[in-house]
Design a binder for this molecule. Structure first.
Ligand code: NDP
Length: 250
């Protein structure tokens, strides 16, 4: 069982894609959700959807690469609801660049958003999470990097593998506060990012996965809900691959 109390949850990168699904599913379980992205109108649109479904949501324009921005967002959430209990550090980018042509700026942009952005988000949330009876952090990593590779994504893979190194030590440091930190590792998830890829391409991708479909944002959101649940209080520094069996050997 993965029941939650009515808690305050901050989801980064929640204006669309997996983060939006995470925010929606936490809300459906009775949590208050703060929806964060850089584009306020996109964030407000997600918040409107959650409110229309009866949920309690707060729009937060913020940038995970900025310590000041994330501190202000956490202050706003605590100011609104009095607490922050769960951080889902999900924001991420995945531009493609081959190793031969990749610039230092390309590398820095991806590492700053995906890896340093995770550190900044966690550090900004910590003072509030320490006040929670059951502080929880769930990081969105990937199978790409920690388990597999993909051409054009050496920077992305490094950032996603780096997140796992980060949570293993963070788990030890945060245990004294009763805060857990774990990571979900999605495979190929059907998001707006795949719009326009064409039915043939999507069918081909699905066929290569043992469960014969792409993952849904809800598949990832339910795993995040488990790690964030009160019942998962003895699970920390761990990872869960959600990929339909994609990485299993033939
Ligand atoms: P999307 O591109 O659909 O959404 C990314 C979200 O992150 C948006 O809300 C975007 O909003 C936000 N974001 C990007 N940069 C920043 C920033 N600097 N500060 C704050 N928010 C930011 O991506 P997905 O939903 O597909 O991916 C979400 C996470 O899941 C990523 O970490 C990704 O690596 C991971 N993942 C995705 C997989 C997939 O198949 N989709 C597979 C494996 C992992 P805005 O641009 O307005 O700021």
């Amino acid at each position: 069982m993965t029941s939650t109390l009515s808690r305050s949850v901050l989801v980064t990168g929640a204006s669309k894609g997996i983060g939006k699904g995470i925010a929606r599913v936490f809300s459906s379980k009775g949590d208050r959700v703060a929806v964060l992205g850089r584009d306020l109108s996109a964030v407000e649109s997600t918040v409107a959807e959650i409110r229309a479904a009866g949920g309690i949501a707060l729009a937060c324009a913020g940038d995970v690469t900025s310590k000041a921005s994330m501190a202000a967002v956490v202050e706003a959430v605590v100011g609104e609801w009095g607490s922050l209990d769960v951080l889902c550090a999900n924001a991420g980018i995945f531009p493609s660049a081959s190793l031969e042509t990749m610039t230092g700026d390309d590398w820095d942009t991806v590492l700053n958003t995906n890896l340093k952005g995770t550190f900044i988000s966690v550090q900004a949330a910590l003072p509030a999470l320490k006040q929670s009876a059951a502080g929880r952090i769930v990081v969105t990593s990937s199978i790409t990097g920690p388990v597999t590779g993909y051409p054009g994504w050496s920077h992305y893979g490094a950032s996603k593998a780096g997140q796992l190194g980060f949570i293993r030590t963070a788990a030890i440091e945060l245990a004294r506060y009763g805060i857990t930190i774990n990571a979900v590792m999605p495979g190929n998830i059907l998001t707006e990012g795949l719009d326009g890829m064409g039915d043939d391409y999507l069918a081909q991708m699905s066929a290569s996965i043992p469960l014969k479909r792409l993952g849904s944002v809800d598949d990832i959101a339910h795993a995040a809900c488990y790690f964030a649940s009160v019942e998962a209080g003895y699970v920390t520094g761990q990872t869960l691959i959600i990929d339909g069996g994609q990485i299993l050997p033939e």
